[in-house]
Design a protein around this ligand. Structure first.
Ligand code: SMO
Length: 765
């Protein structure tokens, strides 16, 4: 593989030495002298009226500094947090949801809902005091399953007797009806994208340190400026400038850390109220119960095709579990962001999609790696394989017949999105060759001879990046003492952004990467949307490159002055300005040293033109023991189009992690509530299975840079989530391919050995 890129060398991650030698700086590493610890008393019930609340014993317990309930919040003017008023119910009435208070008010609506906050000198004292809080609950029937919820047995919000908080429809029902009426083949599937827990290695963490006129908030957040805004508007009612949000290293975010949770808000409230530093670091169990969950969408999906296997229409009816309280992105993901890629890589002439957001007695759902795209891609890719099987056309061939062709780019999809570029047929063929298509039949026969079933899943995926947050601001400073400092408000959480930005700036300015420092996570320095929707390299990277160019433009007249030449005669290259046609010049560091203050600093804002569309093809071969249901991923091959890769090693790392995470959904993970009482059944790693290294073969990943993105100056498309989007259908389709000869046509996720064994037994019976 070509290891050179147009951005320079694939340098090793510059952040790793710090991280692997224990010099990472997480919230939990900040010195805690004089820092009070905050813990929560949480609801043990899924649904209950609070009939009595006695915190008096807790207030006088040893070490306790304060005990807060919702009354204290309301006294400070902190009311219910708003939802998204732009969405409506089917009858046009306003979006309906239980009011989200930061601490429960009158009623609890899911297990783990924070009810009381206790601040004490030590965590042990806070936990002891929590034992002394008496909460009287009158339990109510709870509903956690969406079908039961829309039947209205238990009502969470009187304005939504059917528990449908809001509904949205995309597309043209009449056109789809006509397509289905004319179809030669129709396939329909009930598809469950089960609920998942983000499980970042580092739990949610926050430390709030009030100063006289300001407050410093150290928080593991993917979106520091969003935290600042939320605290300013909904918690402290202080101007944003008074709130200094600082983010150090983050031990994984996966979208979950893009939401501001109640716990973080209450911690900041407590610190401000007490005038003292307060910290909250979640326990693992609290992460399971009360960090925003992902997915949880149930779809009835049908695809209509003509006799040649060409798609005529797509119909999807989705119930999206919002939880008890609506988090803003929890609604945007199923309603808007996910459906945009329902057509996938295919020409879909008609579409009709209905999404109903359902209120249940569960934790809120919100962003989780991929955020809507994994759900949608899973739907279309499952349908394509079902159609391939039903029509006998085959998984690769049916895709070939339906791809949006490269010559049609830029292509506007039936969802109204513009794919700027993409060569879907080429990526399929590349991946088939790389995955040894020719040898598959022999491998399958060999497995058969051992009593095993080998299947192959082929996914042609596409997803969007940017999340419509297309603008980013950077600072670039070059100093006389040989440093280049870049400030970006995008936020590293493990991706390697420091490395990617270092490479970009070093390449653009022609300096040694060792001299570059990338500074992120400080709202006093630079503000912006943060990192989510795989936007960092795409939007943030473009802004860094633009910042370098802006720096050169700004410094050029200064160089002309220093060299006593006209601007027009100055050229820039290799870290120096020179007078064109001569050997007279000045290096950027020398030039910076000559300026007042010994540096040249610029601020630059840049906006990319539109979304980008990472795509490609993933192929897995999975072997199943039909007698035990145990599956084994034998091969996993990808050819990924991320546009230009700033650093292939980083991209491969992102793809690897994405495959593991998407496979987690396919085979291992599920967040389960008991349908009777609404208890969280999977509240620890004993009950919630994460994928492990031993579950995977070595991945064969090819980054093909032949189709650069046209919506940004770098030609990059992003890669943080694409592996997750592609892997889930790849694994399940491989398993169904293996089991179809036995009569199995569907598998639930996670497709555990037991689930597979059951499906095989049912088919045999
Ligand atoms: S969960 Mo992603 O940051 O769209």
């Amino acid at each position: 593989m070509n290891t050179m890129t147009r951005f320079g060398r694939n340098i090793r991650r510059v952040e790793d030495e710090r991280l692997i030698t224990g010099r990472g700086r997480y919230v939990g590493n900040i010195a805690t002298d004089g820092v009070a610890e905050l813990v929560f008393v949480r609801s043990p019930h899924a649904h209950a009226e609070i009939t009595g609340l006695d915190v008096s014993a807790a207030r006088t317990a040893p070490g306790v500094i304060a005990v807060y309930t919702v009354e204290d919040l309301e006294e400070a003017g902190i009311g219910a947090i708003g939802t998204i008023p732009m969405f409506k119910r089917a009858d046009g009435s306003d979006i309906a949801a239980p009011p989200r208070f930061l601490l429960a008010k009158g009623r609890v609506r899911h297990v783990g809902e924070p009810v009381v906050a206790i601040v004490a000198q030590t965590k042990a004292q806070a936990l002891d005091a929590a034992e002394l809080v008496v909460v009287d609950y009158d339990t109510l029937p709870a509903v956690v399953d969406m079908e039961a919820a829309i039947a209205g047995a238990v009502v969470l919000c009187p304005a939504a007797p059917d528990n449908i908080g809001a509904e949205i429809v995309h597309g043209d029902a009449a056109a789809v009806d006509a397509a289905f009426a004319a179809a030669a083949h129709v396939v329909s599937l009930d598809i469950m994208n089960q609920r998942l827990v983000a499980n970042a290695m580092e739990p949610r963490s926050i430390l709030a340190m009030p100063e006289k006129d300001r407050i410093a908030v150290y928080n593991a957040s993917q979106a520091p400026t969003l935290v600042q805004d939320f605290l300013s508007q909904s918690v402290l009612m202080e101007p944003a400038e008074a709130i200094h949000v600082v983010v150090g290293d983050i031990g994984g975010g996966f979208g979950m850390k893009a939401s501001v949770h109640n716990e973080e808000a209450v911690t900041v409230f407590a610190a401000r109220k007490l005038g003292q530093a307060v910290r909250f670091i979640a326990e693992r169990g609290e992460e399971f119960a009360s960090s925003v969950h992902g997915r949880d969408q149930a779809s009835k999906a049908s695809l209509a095709l003509d006799a040649q296997g060409k798609i005529l229409g797509l119909r999807v009816d989705t119930l999206a579990n919002l939880g008890a309280y609506i988090m803003p992105v929890g609604l945007l993901i199923p309603f808007v962001l996910g459906p945009k890629i329902l057509p996938g890589t295919y020409h879909v002439p008609s579409i009709h999609v209905r999404i109903r957001g359902v209120l249940t007695n569960t934790m809120s759902t919100a962003a989780y790696r991929g955020a809507g795209r994994p759900e949608s891609l899973y739907i279309i890719e499952r349908l394509m394989d079902a159609a391939a099987a039903k029509s006998g056309i085959g998984a690769a061939e049916i895709r070939r017949r339906n791809f949006i062709q490269p010559a049609a780019m830029p292509a506007t999809t039936i969802m109204g999105e513009v794919y700027d570029c993409g060569n879907f047929p080429y990526f399929l063929e590349q991946a088939l060759a790389r995955a040894d298509d020719a040898g598959f039949a022999a491998r399958r026969a060999e497995a058969e001879a051992r009593g095993k079933k080998l299947g192959r899943g082929i996914t042609s995926y596409v997803e969007w990046t940017g999340a419509y947050a297309f603008t980013e601001t950077v600072d670039v400073t070059v100093t006389g003492d040989h440093r280049v400092i870049v400030h970006s408000a995008t936020q590293a959480m493990g991706q390697g952004l420091e490395t990617a930005y270092t490479q970009l700036i070093a390449d653009r300015l022609g300096v040694d990467p060792m001299l570059v420092s990338v500074v992120q996570g400080d709202t006093d320095i630079v503000m912006g949307p943060g990192s989510y929707g795989s936007r960092s390299a795409f939007v943030g990277g473009s802004a860094v490159a633009h910042g370098a160019d802006t720096w050169v433009e700004t410094a050029l007249p200064l160089a002309a002055e220093a060299l006593e030449a006209a601007n027009a005669d100055i050229v820039f290259g290799q870290g120096a300005f020179t007078i064109s046609g001569t050997d007279r010049g000045i290096g950027i560091f020398d030039l910076a040293g000559k300026q007042a203050g010994g540096q040249i600093a610029i601020k630059a804002t840049h906006t990319v033109e539109n979304s980008s569309w990472p795509n490609g093809c993933h192929i897995a071969e999975v072997e199943i023991d039909p007698d035990t249901g145990v599956s084994d991923i034998k091969r996993y091959t990808t050819v990924d189009d991320v546009g230009n890769a700033i650093n292939q090693m980083l991209v491969e790392g992102q793809i690897h992690g994405g495959i593991a995470q998407g496979t987690g959904q396919a085979l291992h993970e599920i967040c389960r509530y008991d349908s009777e009482g609404g208890q969280l059944v999977t509240g620890s790693f004993m009950d919630y299975q994460m994928p492990r290294a031993a579950d995977f073969p070595s991945f064969d990943v090819t980054i093909d840079q032949s189709v650069p993105c046209t919506t940004n100056m770098l030609g990059v498309k992003g890669c943080g989530e694409s592996g997750t989007v592609a892997a889930t259908p790849t694994i399940i389709n491989a398993m169904l391919d293996a089991l179809r000869p036995l009569g199995v046509s569907d598998l639930p996720m996670p497709a555990t050995p037991f689930a597979v064994w059951e499906a095989v037994q049912a088919a045999r019976a």
